[in-house]
Design a protein around this ligand. Structure first.
Ligand code: Q9C
Ligand code: ZN
Length: 348
């Protein structure tokens, strides 16, 4: 199986993330990729390769050009004032601030711009962030093109992850939405419907938002119930899509402590929905943070279960573009990925 990765992810290595106003060691860190590469490299079923450069076009197909421009130029603007610190917002335009007053204006200052384009304080921007985020997109595009070219399964080891990045907003450790960029490319190239199955523990608010009004992209997500879990404001089951996209969005919240048996039951529901829609390619947003040992999630999925999850997903009989999202327990992360991909390749 072709596994696309790039060392450029290391350019994004912030010193900390800010949680409830307190700097804490970053959870989303370079060692995550090293752990996955170590596990894949020890197994001859997987071929590691680096992506080519795919430029801005695939990014601009799903993201606002203002967001792209901001991420490209933010570091020098910020560093002119605070070169020793990572760039993090401390003020956000809560919609209630301008209630009844229209959208206002994009600010000119680094502080104002950070809040304008982001939604949390866990996603610091450093000098190399933009280059790393671009490289993660290149990996997603390369895996997508491998599958469009006839491969049954390809894996993009993206870092930074992507599914919290909306059309015009970054956050949740995500800058560009790698999976959405892949799905958009598949829809454009094939003219078929394409589904995105999001297995990350957190709701993929970005992917949902990008395709919310689109009938040609089905988004199905299993995630911690937003009643208790980040990103808090999206992921409820009554979010079914809008306009022509109504019915092309399905949220399946998980209970606290969700074990293998329960998880697989919910997965079967997700697969039933995807199987009922046309299309020959599925994008999987593969986060391992539903694992029992993950420091962020409160689910209890085992490493072994990721093999069964991979088998069931591949049982749909579709070609798969697998895009890495979260997963923060370095002891289990690599093996969980290997189990999933191993299951997917056997059944596929
Ligand atoms: N109290 C991904 O897994 N902060 N992003 C959570 C919990 C941000 C997760 C704070 C979590 C982002 C791709
Ligand atoms: Zn996550």
């Amino acid at each position: 199986m072709r596994c696309i990765h790039t060392p450029r992810h290391r350019l994004h290595d912030p010193p900390d993330e800010v949680r409830h106003g307190v700097p804490v060691p970053p959870v989303e860190r370079p060692g995550r990729v090293e752990a996955v590469i170590d596990a894949l490299g020890a197994d001859e079923r997987f071929e590691l390769e680096e992506p080519g450069e795919h430029g801005l076009e695939p990014i601009l197909a799903v993201h606002d050009e203002g967001l792209v421009r901001f991420l490209e130029t933010a570091w020098p603007l910020w560093a002119a004032e605070r070169p020793e610190e990572a760039a993090v917002a401390d003020t956000f335009p809560n919609p209630a601030m301008r209630d009844g007053m229209g959208p206002g204006h994009e600010p000119a200052s680094a502080s104002g711009l950070l809040g304008w384009w982001s939604f949390d304080t866990a996603t610091p921007l450093v000098e190399g962030t933009y280059a790393a985020a671009r490289a993660a997109v290149d990996a997603a595009v390369a895996a997508t093109d491998a599958v469009l070219g006839g491969e049954g399964v390809a894996y993009a080891l993206c870092r930074p992850p992507g599914h919290h990045a909306a059309r015009a907003m970054f956050g949740g450790y995500c800058f560009f939405n790698n999976a959405a960029i892949g799905a958009e490319r598949i829809a454009g190239e094939t003219g078929e419907r394409v589904a995105v199955l999001d297995l990350d523990y957190h709701h993929g608010n970005g992917t949902q938002q990008i395709f919310y009004e689109r009938p040609d992209v089905l988004y199905v997500s299993l995630h911690g119930d937003p009643a208790r879990a980040f990103p808090h404001y999206t992921g409820y089951p009554d979010e079914r899509g809008a306009g022509p996209g109504f019915g092309s969005n399905l949220n399946l919240p998980l209970p606290e402590g969700c074990d293998d048996e329960r998880y697989l039951r919910v997965l079967d529901r997700a697969l039933e929905e995807i199987g009922g829609a046309s299309g020959s390619i599925l994008v999987v947003s593969l986060g391992m943070d539903a694992h029992r040992d993950d420091p962020l999630g409160d689910a209890a999925v085992t490493t072994e279960c990721y093999g069964e999850i991979g088998r069931r997903v591949a049982g749909l009989g579709r070609r798969l573009v697998v895009v890495q999202e979260g997963g923060y327990d370095l002891a289990s992360l690599g093996e969980s990925v290997v189990r999933f991909l191993g299951g997917a390749v056997v059944a596929g």
